[in-house]
Design a protein around this ligand. Structure first.
Ligand SMILES: Cc1cc2nc3c(=O)[nH]c(=O)nc-3n(C[C@H](O)[C@H](O)[C@H](O)COP(=O)(O)OP(=O)(O)OC[C@H]3O[C@@H](n4cnc5c(N)ncnc54)[C@H](O)[C@@H]3O)c2cc1C
Length: 403
């Protein structure tokens, strides 16, 4: 019997497996697809600080598509631009398929077995253990384990089978890799907070170089691809995309509202998108899910060492990841809800205000891709902003409950 079985070979699953293996326990990863990293439904924008937190200080150069990102250009519907930047590069754009395969290679080097073509269809408790029932293509039809880490990603099927909930809010996303974009500066990510093109979220252009970028939108409505085409053909962008060519298309979804009520039960821990561990402001989940995954791997290994698989022991996983970033998620969720409640004119006014040097200075000094708490608190101390916040606050309170 394998001691720990991780279900899902995405970043959260692989990082939890890698962490657990450091405690010299048997770990098996089951992945439903025929290869690790087979679909790339991600922009791959990762902060350097965040990568350090998940133990990936130095990524191999072949994974990195752009290491020169120093800031972001934020645009409103009528073209007002706010540039937020740091003095040095602080984020990387990675090839997500290669990134996943790199994590799998570390797992392999740590002695972890990864079985592809192994979809777990059902999960149930069998006396003190957990029994997994696998799909037809898998090597074995049933596997028994002491601890299982559920890392199925955005649409988990197994959480409910063990009495846990699923992330309740989903953003639909579509992204094209496009070549031949005019006026692209590989040092800046472009963000478009425009309700017409990306209702309930935003559009992005994440440069790979000065001509090729990952261009995408997230929205609460479907089909996201239709919104993305409208975005690219919009008055704001169409000239820059006149001779552009779509190299690849991908679609996906991002759990955004909030993390699940409880991320553990007897013999079980849930990590990554399956637990709703994503940033409500941007949808990024690799770093936060990765931080939680490392904690899950450690606690799962300790459960094996101490032979204690009870939820009373495993709950320390949730306590620890919540201590790391639950407060940050709460603030970021309010920011996302506030931004969604603003109309395009409000966003335009907000960007105009933030263009003043004193606010740009706040963004430069307090800006953090993974944690926007510090900026929020600082901005709330600025009395000059309160008339705007009060004017728009009513809309926020009114719309908030709809989310
Ligand atoms: C368009 C888009 C852009 C994004 N951009 C960014 C970004 O720039 N930065 C960022 O940090 N995040 C980004 N994200 C979010 C990021 O992709 C996710 O947060 C991240 O991949 C979550 O990792 P995970 O391991 O939890 O899930 P996943 O990456 O979804 O991995 C889950 C794995 O489990 C496997 N699986 C599922 N069910 C089973 C089963 N029953 N049995 C066996 N295997 C199973 C799946 O095949 C999959 O390989 C983006 C998402 C989208 C959609």
């Amino acid at each position: 019997m394998k001691k720990i079985v991780v279900i899902g070979g995405g970043p959260a699953g692989l990082l939890s497996a890698i962490e657990a293996s450091k405690y010299d326990v048997d770990v098996l990863v089951l992945e439903s697809k025929k290869e690790i990293g087979i679909t790339e439904h991600c922009a791959g924008l990762l902060s350097i600080e965040g990568l350090e937190k998940i133990g990936l200080n130095k990524l191999p150069s072949e994974i990195i598509q752009n290491k020169e990102i120093i800031g972001a250009k934020i645009f409103s519907a009528n073209g007002t631009e706010l540039v937020v930047e740091k003095n040095s590069n602080h984020a990387l754009v990675v090839d997500r398929s290669k990134f996943n395969r790199y994590l799998a290679s570390i797992a392999h080097d740590n002695g972890i077995e990864i079985r592809t073509n192994s979809r777990v269809k059902n999960i149930h408790r069998k006396s003190e253990n957990i029994e997994l029932v696998l799909g037809k293509q898998a090597k074995e039809s049933r596997i028994t384990t002491k601890v299982s880490i559920l890392a199925e990603g955005r649409f988990p099927k197994l959480n409910s089978q063990v009495g846990l909930s699923n992330p309740d809010e989903i953003i639909f996303a579509s992204q094209f890799i496009i070549d031949g974009i005019e006026n692209l500066d590989k040092r800046y990510v472009e963000l478009y907070q425009i309700s017409k093109y990306a209702p309930g979220f935003f559009g992005w252009i994440i440069p790979i170089d000065n001509s090729v970028a990952k261009v995408g939108i997230g929205t609460r409505y479907r089909p996201a691809k239709k919104y993305l085409r409208n975005f690219i053909n919009s008055e704001l962008l169409k000239e820059r995309f006149y001779s552009a060519k779509i190299l690849r298309e991908m679609s996906g979804a991002i759990p955004l509202g909030s993390y699940i009520n409880r991320s553990y039960t007897d013999n079980i821990l849930v990590v990554g998108d399956a637990a709703g561990q994503t940033k409500p402001t941007t949808g990024g989940g690799v770093i936060l899910g990765g931080i939680a995954a490392r904690i899950a791997g450690e606690i799962a290994a300790k459960a094996i060492i101490e032979e204690n698989y009870k939820k009373s022991f495993l709950k320390q996983y949730e306590k620890r990841w919540k201590k790391e970033f639950a407060r940050n998620l709460f603030i970021m969720k309010l920011v996302r809800q506030y931004l969604d409640s603003l109309d395009d004119k409000d966003i335009d006014n907000l960007l105009k205000i933030f263009n003043k040097p004193k606010y740009k200075q706040i963004f430069t000094s307090k800006g953090d891709v993974d944690n926007q708490q510090a900026i929020v608190w600082k901005l709330l101390t600025k009395l000059e902003l309160w008339p705007f916040f009060m004017k728009t606050g009513l809309k926020f309170i009114f719309k908030k409950n709809k989310w």
